[in-house]
Design a protein around this ligand. Sequence first.
Ligand code: ADP
Length: 167
Amino acid sequence: MPKIAVYPGSFDPATYGHLDIIKRSLEIFDKVIVAVIRHPHKEPLFTLQERVKMLKVATKDLKNVKVDSFEGLLVNYVKSQKTNIIIRGLRAISDFEYELQMVLMNRRLNNSIETIFLMPEEHYSYLSSSLVKEIVFSGGKASKFVPPVVEEALHRKFSVDKSGRSW
Ligand code: ADP
């Protein structure tokens, strides 16, 4: 049986930190499903289709990665993919409390699900999608933080939307 893991997230947008976690996961699992969440109550900068498409381009050279999307309960999605493993990235202590809450809640919902945490390369540990959006919105360059497809999309998005929204 191939070992499959699901790496869920908003990926709004994907950064090199996310890609670092995907590559580390591929060292452990035969297949990694990157699962973009459709949040019913959160308005992302990029549509679900845009987020999926950018991840597909960014991971096109990685074997054994599938990019998918889902809505509803993560534990149900994970089961539907015939696995019980969730991957999450852990950057700093500040991630810990939220992640612990999620693990414990998911365990309540389905006791057979396990979450594995991976830590990125040190220089990605301060990187977040929100920070990247702020940098580009404020006129900075993000090429060190995001793949070219994402950087282009950010510049396109902000050149048509300078309405001063906050994330
Ligand atoms: P979510 O809204 O689910 O937290 P994100 O796209 O922000 O979605 O993050 C998805 C996962 O990737 C989370 O586990 C998060 O901790 C992790 N992650 C985000 N940025 C980084 C990074 N720079 N390095 C490592 N992991 C990261």
